[in-house]
Ligand binder design. Structure first.
Ligand code: P1T
Length: 386
């Protein structure tokens, strides 16, 4: 399409934002500019492209696309979700402080506690589903509040607007890791967050064939800093991966709708199953974060966590599924099942996992977009062996 995409609907923007037809050929798909450098016309005169760590048209197209979907000013694509988070954390200096959801992805916990604490950055790990706990943790040195909602894998829900108000009252920025829902279901900047982070490895790419990350900034100051960090630290997303993520995003809306429909059926079956102790899913009316989640998101996503009661029961379920695959990661078209305590959150010490309610009997499912009858039958037969 031609022209400005900003006023168009979500799916139209997902398909077109940042991706006008190629000016040379009219190609509808943004070409993979697999080049490291660009010839300059004469000394000091170039076409806006000098060196591919700094500028790449394929990466720029993805960055503009993600920025528009999240409703931000700028997008920045990185080599992984962790590279995005590492680049984000350059906003924090030694002696400063970060308030963070007590349950976040295990890799984020590991980076904060085992790397950033060595550089005199201090963290307060709070139950961010309680605004009073967030407020109580703020100090004059607090630079960032970093939350996941829902959290991985305990599915705690935090009030984005309420948290933004507290952060701003203390001169801090609010960052939301929106990986579990994608901008199709939740857009934190609309609720007052200052930045959004994604592991594009998950729903945005959606096909389990690329590792990547993205940051979206609402404010000019962070936008400029992060472009400088991309250039200076260089943890950028490759042209091929940028292309793959863009291709994935074109079907984000239809995938998310099917993900959700399948998840609703899986949750209904599991919640009524005698072998399942408890289902953690924000779509269930008895989930403590249900009402807050409904206010700030347009759907509940397809991440489902089960409490199986014992480690042996969890292991029996994980070992007996056939259509679902035992693997880390989430958000792809295929359903994945995992054991957070020993897989994604193995770097969180056991006593901390206890504190979060991240038990050894917990199983996490990323419900894919297969035929739901096959997913239900597979879970039924595996649960029968528990
Ligand atoms: O794996 P990577 O692309 O580096 O993204 C890290 C990351 C960041 N934030 C959240 C909420 C995540 O879930 C992840 C990665 N998570 C998994 C690999 C997982 O299975 O939970």
């Amino acid at each position: 399409m031609k022209g400005d995409t900003r006023q168009l609907g979500f799916s139209t923007r997902a398909i077109h934002a940042g991706q006008p037809p190629d000016p040379r050929t009219g190609a509808v798909a943004v070409p993979i500019y697999q080049t490291s450098t660009y010839v300059q016309l004469s000394l000091g005169e170039h076409q806006g492209y000098e060196y591919a760590r700094v500028q790449n048209p394929t990466r720029e197209a993805l960055e503009q696309n993600v920025a528009q979907l999240e409703g931000g000013l700028s997008g920045h694509a990185f080599a992984s979700g962790m590279a995005a988070i590492a680049s984000l954390m350059t906003l924090v200096k030694a002696g400063e402080h970060v308030v963070v959801s007590r349950n976040v992805y295990g890799g984020t916990y590991r980076y904060f506690t085992q790397i950033l604490e060595r550089y005199q950055v201090a963290f307060s790990w709070v139950d961010s589903s309680r605004l009073d706990a967030v407020a109580a943790a703020m100090t004059p040195a607090t630079r960032l509040v970093f939350i996941e909602t829902p959290t991985n894998p305990v599915m705690d829900i935090s009030d984005i607007a309420g948290t933004a108000e507290i952060a701003h009252a203390h001169g801090a920025l609010l960052v939301v890791d929106n990986t579990f829902l994608s901008p199709y279901l939740q857009r934190p900047l609309e609720h007052g967050a200052d930045m959004v982070v994604h592991s594009t490895t998950k729903f945005l790419n959606g096909h389990s064939d690329s590792v990547g990350g993205a940051l979206v900034c609402a404010r000019q100051e962070e936008a400029e800093w992060l472009a400088f960090v991309q250039k200076s630290m260089g943890a950028i997303l490759s042209p091929l991966d940028s292309f793959l993520v863009m291709r994935g995003i074109k079907t984000l809306a239809v995938r998310m709708e099917r993900h959700e429909r399948n998840a609703a059926a899986v949750v209904a079956m599991l919640a009524a199953h005698p072998k399942v102790r408890r289902v953690l899913y924000p779509g269930l009316p008895d989930h403590p974060g249900h009402e807050v989640h409904r206010r700030q998101a347009s759907g509940f996503g397809s991440m489902v966590t089960l409490e199986m009661g014992t480690y042996a029961a969890a292991k029996a379920l994980l070992d007996n599924v056939k259509v679902l695959s035992l693997a880390e990661s989430l958000g792809g078209v295929e359903s994945l099942i995992s054991h957070p305590a020993t897989m994604t959150h193995a770097s969180v010490p056991a006593e901390r996992r206890d504190l979060l309610g991240l038990t050894d009997s917990m199983v996490r499912i990323s419900v894919g977009i297969e035929d739901v009858e096959d997913l239900l039958a597979d879970l039924e037969q595996a649960l029968a062996k528990v």
